[in-house]
Design a protein around this ligand. Structure first.
Ligand code: GLN
Length: 259
């Protein structure tokens, strides 16, 4: 009898720990946990807090979608160029990385409905008086961008057209900004909302010049053929748009930060 009581007590304790989340780990067997992969040098979409946790608009949005659709997410930070290979190999489930839909990428992964419209912009040091648009870039200049991004594609095509001297392709967006601030490169090409957020956080260091270029729309991405997950994300995205959560997140992370 004592033994049964003791086993009962252990069971109650174990069940209690499971119900409380077992110290942070998700142990609720009914709720699937997807690996949401990102490159976290891209605020306000993807960044890290002072404790190293991955946070941002993309994280809150996919978490809200998951809450609506009955799944959880855990975030994994990796190089931007590693995201699509990780989805292809199945080591990641959902790209949440401010990734724009391109034809080339869509051959390798399935994109969800779009969740944010963006475009590229040229960023120069705040005191640069000579570059006022992409047309002012010249064949003696170095221009930086982040590896495997649409910005890097733009920089590489400027190089191929002989319009700049060197394409400086770096791992993180923050590294690109340091290069332009330090004068190692004349310009950076990056997504406009990310440039705006940077300027709002660190005023007086850099500025955007000229018109936006090469419009793109961000979407989440899943493994090719994973129709079930794709459908859940699309339905959840529509629901969080309809119930006002999406607008709250735009205000929290993007509009509220830069206006
Ligand atoms: N939107 C850009 C792209 O899709 C950059 C994304 C990023 O650096 N996280 O390539």
């Amino acid at each position: 009898m004592k033994k049964i009581l003791a086993i009962g007590l252990v069971l109650v304790l174990v069940l209690g720990m499971v119900a409380c989340g077992g110290g942070g780990e998700d142990t609720d067997a009914d709720v699937p946990v997807y690996k949401a992969i990102t490159e976290a040098t891209f605020p306000p979409f993807d960044t890290v807090d002072e404790n190293g946790n991955v946070i941002g608009f993309d994280m809150d949005l996919i978490a809200a979608i998951g809450e609506d659709q009955g799944f959880k997410v855990e975030f994994v930070d990796m190089g931007f160029d590693a995201l699509i290979p990780a989805i292809e190999s199945g080591t990641g489930d959902i790209i949440t990385a401010g990734m724009g839909i391109t034809e080339e990428r869509a051959e390798k992964v399935d994109f969800t409905d779009t969740y944010y419209d963006s475009a590229l912009i040229v960023v120069v040091a705040a005191d640069n008086e000579t570059i006022n648009s992409v047309d002012d870039l010249t064949a003696d200049m170095k221009v930086a961008s982040q590896i495997a991004t649409t910005g890097a594609g733009k920089v590489e095509s400027l190089l191929a057209d002989g319009k700049i001297k060197e394409a400086v392709i770096l791992d993180g967006f923050d590294a690109c900004m340091l290069q332009v601030i330090n004068g190692d490169v004349e310009a950076v090409i990056v997504d406009e909302p990310v440039a705006n957020a940077y300027m709002a956080k660190q005023p007086g260091k850099v500025k955007t010049v000229g018109d936006v270029m090469d419009a793109e729309s961000y979407a989440f991405a899943v493994q090719k053929g994973n129709a079930e997950l794709l459908e859940m994300i699309n339905t959840g995205l529509q629901n969080v748009k309809d119930n006002g959560t999406y607008d709250e997140l735009v205000m929290k992370w993007i509009a509220g930060e830069t206006e």
